[in-house]
Design a binder for this molecule. Structure first.
Ligand code: KIV
Ligand code: NA
Length: 268
């Protein structure tokens, strides 16, 4: 594909070939995934993955703008979606519009993502009616870790009906897709069958309309912990540690720099 899909193109992938997506926070990482991904998400996971924060609650608009600008320089054929950080949209539709417009203006993102179901439906409808495509995010919503009481599986048992209602509410409000995070497989499949927009699973089900992972998780670069839903496709953290150890040994043994890395006194 030559040009990036629009939110409506992503919406139209409902029920078809699964939508491929990853998070990205930097230009080189965005370049690495651009050709393979339908969309890339500048996730607020950047706070934990790149900045060492204990949760996503400390992520600011300024951080999202800076990483969004970096990612924008690396994507051509994938759509770019950017997370609205904690505190930038929950007060109400007007605050959400102001900050979503700021993120899109400063970064060129084609859509924003925000967390919440029924409680955010009015805000989603407000943004969509004013030209801002919205990806919703329900189930485990990490910005609500303090009220959810941890990063536990959402929607098991009797809680399933409320989660289904969240997914239906965001679809009804006009979201073009919805992330389902840490939702039991059967419920994820039920929601996927019930809503008219693509479901993007993370810790959900292979039956979702698409999948997303945090790129540093799947590359083995983020190793503080590994969620069950992460599949490690590489161990770049281990590779990197070994490379740095080899460098340190070379320096201490005066094996680096070698003759090919140094400059002669006279120009050749
Ligand atoms: O911030 C993030 O990385 C996300 C994805 C995991 C969906 O919201
Ligand atoms: Na996020």
């Amino acid at each position: 594909r030559k040009t990036a899909p629009l939110p409506d193109d992503i919406r139209a992938m409902k029920g078809g070939t699964p939508i491929v997506s990853l998070t990205a926070y930097t230009t080189p990482m965005a370049q690495m995934m651009d050709a393979q991904c339908d969309f890339v998400l500048v996730g607020d996971s950047v706070g934990m993955v790149l900045h060492g924060l204990p949760s996503t609650l400390g992520v600011t608009m300024e951080m999202m703008v800076m990483h969004g600008q970096a990612v924008a320089r690396g994507v051509r054929s994938a759509m770019m979606v950017i997370d609205m950080p904690f505190g930038s949209y929950e007060e109400g539709p007007a605050q959400a519009f102001r900050n979503a417009a700021h993120l899109m203006r400063e970064t060129g993102a084609g859509a924003v993502k925000l967390e919440g179901g029924v409680a955010m439906a009015e805000t989603i409808a407000f943004l969509v009616a004013r030209g801002i495509p919205v990806m919703a995010h329900v189930g485990l919503t990490p910005q609500s870790v303090n009220t959810l009481g941890g990063y536990t599986v959402q929607g098991r048992g009797a809680a399933g009906a409320a989660l289904m209602a969240d997914a239906q509410a965001v679809a009804q409000a006009g979201a073009f897709a919805v992330v389902l995070e840490k939702v039991p497989q059967g419920l994820a499949d039920e929601i996927t069958g019930a809503v008219p927009i693509p479901t993007i699973g993370i810790g959900a089900s292979a039956g979702c309309d698409g999948q997303i992972l945090v790129v540093d998780d799947m590359l083995g670069l983020f190793t503080a912990f590994k969620a069950k839903f992460v599949k490690r496709y590489a161990e770049l953290g281990i590779t990197g540690e070994a490379a740095i150890a080899a460098y340190a040994e070379d320096v201490r043994a005066r094996r680096f720099p070698g003759p090919e890395h140094v400059f002669a006194d006279a120009a050749p």
